[in-house]
Each structure stands twice: as C-alpha cells, then as structure tokens.
Design a protein around this ligand. Structure first.
Ligand code: AMP
Ligand code: ZN
Length: 469
C-alpha cells in the first residue's frame, strides 16, 4: 500500500488526498522550457519542484512516469497568440537557425538540471517539433467535433463550445472583454479563443530574413502549432488521455493550462488531468525574473561566482513551493553555509553503518506528504542533527535517506572523500575473496598491506569498510 499523499489542487483550490488512476502508479507532466535562451534561476525552480515531487512519489513506492517537454516551436512572445515565435526571436538575436537555437539551449537546459541533481535518465523529454503529427491529429478531432474554426491567420479553438472554460482559472471573461486591447484579433469569435495552428505569414518579408524557419504542411495550410496544443498532444501521447498530475508555474494557470484543459477535454470527452500543481515565482529585488528581460540570472552565473548548484537547490527547498521567493545573494550565502555544514558532516562520517531512524523518517515524510512541505522537511533535518540521543551512525543513515528524497546529493560527499586508488581497490577485492574462502591468514596479510598503504579495513555485517588511516 502506498502512503497517503496530500496535494493542493489548483483545480479545486483545495488540498486533496492523492488517489492514482492506476494503483501504485503515477503519471506526471511538467511544462518544460522554451528553448530560445538559457533558463533563468526562476525557471529552474519549477523543475527542482517537479523533481522533489517525483522523488516523493518514489519514496511512497509509486512507479513514476515523468515527462518534461521541450517547447522548441510555437510559443509566441505574447501568450495571447500575438507577437513572434520565441525561437525565431532567438535565431535573429544570435544569427543562427531556429533549429540550432533549439538544439543549443536544450543542451544547456540538460546541463543545468543535471547540476541541480535532477537525474535526466528518470525523465522523458519530448520535443514539440517531433510531435507535429500528434498535434495535427488533435486539431482534426477538434474540427470534426465542432470546436475549431479557421480565420485568416490560423485555426482557432472556439471557447464558447466548452462551457467550463473560465472555471479552472476563475476567469472573468466579461471583464476580459471590456478590457480588450484595440489590436485584438477582430476575426476571433471570442476574446478567449486561442490558436491551435498558425499559418506561416505570406510575403511578410521579401528579403526572406524573417521568414519562418519551422513550418509544416497540413490539410489546412502551411504553418506551425500553437504552444498550448503541444502540451496536450505530448502529455496524452506519453501518459494516456487521462492522467494524474500536471505541473507548471503559476503564470500558466489563466492561459496555457486553461487552454490545455479546454482543448483536451473537448477532444477526448472526459477529464484530462486529476491534479494540477503550480509553483510560485522566484523574483529578484527588481521584480519577477523573466527571460524576455535580457538581464536574468542563470545557473552558470551562480557557478562562475563560486556557488554550488546544490546549495541553490537547498535554498529553493527552504521555501514552500506555493510561496514566492525573493532571491538575494545573502540568502544564497546562508543556504551555502547550511548546505556545507551537512556536506562536511557527512564527509566526516563516511563508512559508518547505521540504521535509518524510523521516527525521524516518519516525521520527515509526513512533512513532505503534506503538500510537498520541503521547508518543514528541512527543519526535520536540523532537529535530527541537533539530537544528541541519536547515534552518529544512525544519524548518518537517516540524513542520507532524507537527502535522497530531497535530491540534495549528500551521498556524494562520501565519494569525494573516498576516491581510493586502483591498487588499494584491488587489494580490498582480493581480501574480500580471501574472506569468502575463509582464508584468514591471507585476509590478515592483506589487511596489514592496506594499513601500510594508509587505509584501515573494518569488517561489518555489510562487508568490508575502508577508511583513511
Ligand atoms: P518557459 O521556459 O518560459 O516556458 O518557462 C518555464 C517554466 O518556468 C514555466 O513553468 C514557467 O511557469 C516558469 N517560470 C517562469 N518565470 C518564472 C519565475 N520568475 N519564477 C519561477 N518560475 C518561473
Ligand atoms: Zn505546457
């Protein structure tokens, strides 16, 4: 039986007990990066959260299938289907092709999340440009079911055909109408209608410099998919039409996710996602960090300044995901000191074989299972560290368990400390063989030889443990 997990569901605006569609399995889709620039450290908060969520489900013995998509086409500079494709913008900025831009920033993203302790092998990263057929199929269904219509610049979803449209975001559609901007597309039937497919502009630029580089043929005309459509098509392809959890930043609630729900549920005729989870923003002193503002902080900048990316991960986890964070270097310095304290303590207590303390484990998991309470879970870590009634070896085992669930990578402190030379490993392995053969003389001889090389070997019920003399 999996343990009870409670999550705040944006859909109901309540904390709910999590119930999987298939027992002990969970499908998660996290809206991924738009790869026209480096991710800023605010964007990365969304993926650190997604990774803790995955680990939390693993700790509760769920089998997790987790998707993070790569948006490499169709995300326009205005979320309301106006403006330029961000990939085109990136291509012009750097004098490269849109395809090269996508490739370059996808790799940069992978490097960033890897440094943050997000194991890329545990995820599937589908690219929007690799799923054009699935998107075209979805448009076909929506046209057949009477949810879409064509105007001069594209095919649009008719939000009037989905009565629950405003519910998810508590949208004030009437208010939106009265506040509509003058340049709003006059051909749209409703102000909230959104593009499923946009036609490539014709004769827009005779020099060809700004011609679209990413476009595909469809029965309706050459063009490119709408950003919202990509996420519906890819999530349903990998997780099934109806799946458990969808995550993203809070900025996605009113437009991107509302539109995903409208088009998906209209196409499949049943609920699309059971639990919607949204991370709050990370701001800096000047306000919300954003990629369109050229002055944003990247993880590489933090690394260049000498910070450990895992200390940044630790910093993020000290605040609950639904609360805003104001980033300051003072806060990162404090997180660095705290993280280093744990790291050094682990480094000093390597090779101590202990037992995970069940009491602390339960309190730690209760904090996490209560709507991903990472800040309370971290508080449990420090209570444990100060508890003199827990033996160091048990403390070490418990800390390593907590670290693995939060992805703090404290086990690596061990690897760094115990980078033993190949010759020492060979002698250690030979001693292991001698012991299984009950050749005690040879085993003792090898122990002496290792000691002469500066290593102490201890036999425990888990096997040999080696420490530096
Ligand atoms: P993008 O690459 O712009 O498509 O955004 C990737 C993710 O970052 C999305 O889930 C956004 O909601 C999220 N996001 C954007 N800006 C911020 C911010 N300042 N703080 C936290 N998350 C953000
Ligand atoms: Zn998305």
């Amino acid at each position: 039986m999996s343990a009870e997990i409670r999550l705040y569901n944006t859909k109901s605006r309540q904390i709910e007990n999590f119930k999987p569609i298939i027992p002990n399995e969970v499908g998660i889709y996290s809206c991924g990066p738009t790869v026209y620039h480096y991710a800023h450290i605010g964007n990365l908060r969304a993926y650190v959260f997604a990774d803790v969520l995955r680990r939390l489900f693993v700790s509760a013995r769920y089998t997790v299938k987790h998707i993070i998509n790569i948006t490499d086409v169709g995300h326009l500079t205005g979320d309301d289907d106006t403006g330029e494709d961000k990939l085109q913008k990136g291509a012009r900025r750097e004098g490269k092709s849109a395809w090269d831009i996508a490739d370059f920033y996808t790799k940069a993203f992978m490097k960033d999340i890897d440094a943050l302790g997000i194991p890329t092998k545990e995820y599937i990263f589908p690219r929007a440009t690799d799923h054009i057929n699935e998107q075209i199929a979805l448009i076909k269904t929506l046209i057949e079911k009477g949810h879409a219509y064509t105007i001069t610049d594209g095919i649009y979803f008719d939000t009037n055909t989905f009565p629950a449209y405003a519910e998810f975001a508590h949208l004030d559609v009437e208010g939106l109408k009265s506040g509509a901007r003058v340049e709003e597309n006059k051909e749209k039937k409703n102000i909230t209608d959104f593009a499923l497919w946009k036609f490539s502009p014709v004769n827009e630029d005779s020099t060809g410099i700004d011609r679209r580089q990413m476009e595909w043929d469809t029965p309706w005309g050459k063009g490119f998919p709408g950003w919202h459509l990509e996420c519906s098509a890819m999530s349903m392809k990998y997780l099934g039409q109806h799946f458990d959890v969808h995550t993203g930043g809070i900025d996605h609630i009113p437009v991107h996710h509302t539109n995903e729900i409208a088009q998906s549920e209209s196409a499949i005729g049943e609920p699309f996602v059971n639990y919607w989870l949204h991370t709050n923003f990370l701001n800096d002193a000047t306000g919300k960090m954003s990629k369109s503002n050229e002055e944003f902080l990247t993880l590489s900048t933090l690394i260049e300044k000498g910070y450990n990316p895992l200390a940044y991960r630790y910093l993020l986890l000290t605040t609950h995901y639904r609360k805003e964070i104001t980033f300051t270097f003072e806060a990162l310095d404090a997180a660095t000191v705290a993280y280093k304290k744990l790291w050094d303590w682990c480094g000093e207590h390597i090779n101590v074989s202990g037992m995970v303390n069940d009491d602390y484990k339960q309190k730690f998991l209760n904090a996490l299972y209560d709507d991903v309470g990472t800040s309370s879970a971290i508080a449990e870590i420090w209570t444990l560290m100060k508890d003199t009634s827990i033996l160091d070896n048990d403390k070490y085992a418990t800390l390593l368990y907590m670290s693995s669930v939060l992805g703090l990578q404290l086990h690596l402190s061990k690897k760094e400390e115990l980078d033993i030379p190949e010759r020492v490993q060979i002698l250690l392995d030979a001693r292991g063989v001698a012991r299984t053969e009950k050749n005690w003389n040879e085993s003792d001889r090898l122990r002496d030889e290792l000691e002469n090389l500066g290593y102490l070997v201890k036999d425990t019920d888990k096997g040999q443990e080696i420490t530096v003399k």
